[in-house]
Design a binder for this molecule. Structure first.
Ligand code: ATP
Ligand code: MG
Length: 333
C-alpha cells in the first residue's frame, strides 16, 4: 500500500512515497536554508511564499522517482500542525485539492507524531517506548503505548533545544540553522572549558533552555574573544547532559527499556553517542533514525499516515491546519 506524504510545516517543502508505512520509495526535501540563513532564523512570510513555488515540483518529483502514477497511491497524508500557519496552509490546501480531484483518501498527521514514527522507516521498537522529540520547535519526552496512545511526560517550559542551538550559533556569528555548525565546531573544542548551567525543573520531568542560552550571551559579553570551539563544545555538553539525564530518569520512573530519539537535534553527534553510552550502562535499547530522517521530511508523515489509514482514521475536506497542536494526553494533568 502506497502513501504519499506531504510536509510543509516549517521551512522545508517535502514529499515522499512510502510503502506499507516502512519502505521509502522516494523522499524529496526542498530546503529553504539559503533563504533564511541571512536572517538568522526563519521568516514565516518568506517560508510560505517559497512553499507555494515548490509544492508542485516537489510532489511531482516524489512521484516521478517512483515511476508510478497518482492512481497507484492509496492515501495522501499531510501535516496538519503544529507549525507556521502560512506554511501549513500550503501543504494542507494542496493535499485537499489533490485528494478531491483524484478521489484519493486524505489523512491528517501531527508533525510531532511524524517525527516519532520516522523510526518505523528503519527498525522500530515494540510498544511501549519513550520518545525524545528534540527539534527546532519542540523538546518533549513522550511515552508511546501504541497508535494514538501518546502521553507527554516532560517538555520544555521555554526554548526548544534546537532553538537554543540556533540562537547560540547566531551569538557566535553563524547563520541558520545553527545546530550542524555548533556540532561541527564542538568537535574541535573543550567541553569542560566553560561551566554552563545544567538547570532542570525540579519536581517534574520538564526542561528549560533559556537560562543556558542567556549564560552563553553573558559569557560572550564578558569574554568576547573566547574560542568559539570551546563555547560550542561547552554549550553542547550542557544540552546533551540535560537531555540524556532526564531521559534516563524518565526511563527509570516509567520502567521502560526502549528509547527513540527524533527531531532535528537527534542528528547531533554528541547526543547520539552520549545517549547510546548512558543507555548501555542502564540496559536500555536506543533507536536512532538515520540523519536524513531526523530533520523534517515527508517520509515520516507517510509512515504515520499509513497507521491512521489502516485504522480507518481519515480526514475530510473540512481539514484545516493548526499552528498549535499538542500531541496526545499530558502527564501534567
Ligand atoms: N547536528 C545537529 N546538532 C544540533 N542541532 C541540530 C543538528 N542538525 C539540526 N539541528 C537542529 O534541528 C532543528 C531543525 O529540526 P527540525 O527540522 O526537526 O525542526 P523544525 O521542524 O524546525 O521544528 P519542529 O519539528 O519542532 O516543528 C534546528 O533547530 C537545527 O539547528
Ligand atoms: Mg520538525
Amino acid at each position: 500500500m502506497l502513501i504519499l506524504g506531504i510536509d510543509t510545516s516549517c521551512d522545508d517543502t517535502a514529499a515522499s512515497v512510502v510503502e506499507d508505512g516502512s519502505r521509502i520509495i522516494s523522499n524529496v526535501v526542498s530546503s529553504q536554508n539559503e533563504i533564511h540563513k541571512k536572517h538568522g532564523g526563519i521568516v514565516p512570510e518568506l517560508a510560505s511564499r517559497r512553499h507555494l513555488e515548490m509544492i508542485l515540483p516537489v510532489v511531482d518529483e516524489a512521484l516521478a522517482r517512483t515511476g508510478m502514477q497518482l492512481g497507484d497511491i492509496s492515501a495522501i497524508a499531510v501535516t496538519r500542525g503544529p507549525g507556521l500557519i502560512g506554511s501549513l496552509l500550503v501543504g494542507v490546501c494542496f493535499a485537499k485539492a489533490l485528494s478531491f480531484i483524484h478521489r484519493i483518501p486524505l489523512v491528517s498527521v501531527n508533525h510531532i507524531e511524524g517525527h516519532i514514527f520516522s523510526i518505523f522507516l528503519e527498525s522500530g521498537p515494540e510498544f511501549p517506548f519513550l520518545a525524545l522529540v528534540v527539534s527546532g520547535g519542540h523538546t518533549s519526552i513522550y511515552r508511546i503505548d501504541g497508535f494514538r496512545e501518546y502521553v507527554e511526560i516532560g517538555r520544555t517550559r521555554d526554548d526548544a533545544a534546537g532553538e537554543a542551538y540556533d540562537k547560540v550559533a547566531k551569538l557566535l556569528g553563524f547563520g541558520y540553522p545553527g545546530g550542524p555548525v555548533i556540532d561541527a565546531l564542538a568537535a574541535d573544542g573543550n567541553p569542560g572549558a566553560i561551566a554552563f548551567p545544567r538547570k532542570v525543573i525540579q519536581g517534574s520531568f520538564d526542561f528549560s533552555f533559556s537560562g543556558l542560552k542567556t549564560s552563553v550571551l553573558t559569557h560572550l559579553k564578558k569574554y568576547p574573544h573566547s574560542k568559539k570551539e570551546d563555547v560550542a563544545a561547552s554549550f553542547q555538553s550542557a544540552v546533551v547532559e540535560i537531555l540524556s539525564k532526564r531521559l534516563m530518569e524518565v526511563a527509570k520512573a516509567e520502567g521502560i527499556k526502549r528509547i527513540v530519539l527524533s527531531g532535528g537535534v537527534s542528528a547531533n553527534s554528541s547526543l547520539r553517542s552520549y545517549v547510546k553510552q548512558k543507555a548501555l550502562d542502564e540496559g536500555i535499547e536506543v533507536y536512532l533514525p538515520s540523519l536524513n530522517l531526523c530533520t523534517d521530511n515527508a517520509a515520516m508523515i507517510a509512515a504515520a499516515g499509513y497507521v491512521h489509514f489502516i485504522n480507518g482514521d481519515m480526514a475530510d475536506f473540512t481539514l484545516n491546519p493548526q499552528a498549535y497542536m499538542p500531541l496526545g494526553g499530558s502527564a501534567h494533568g
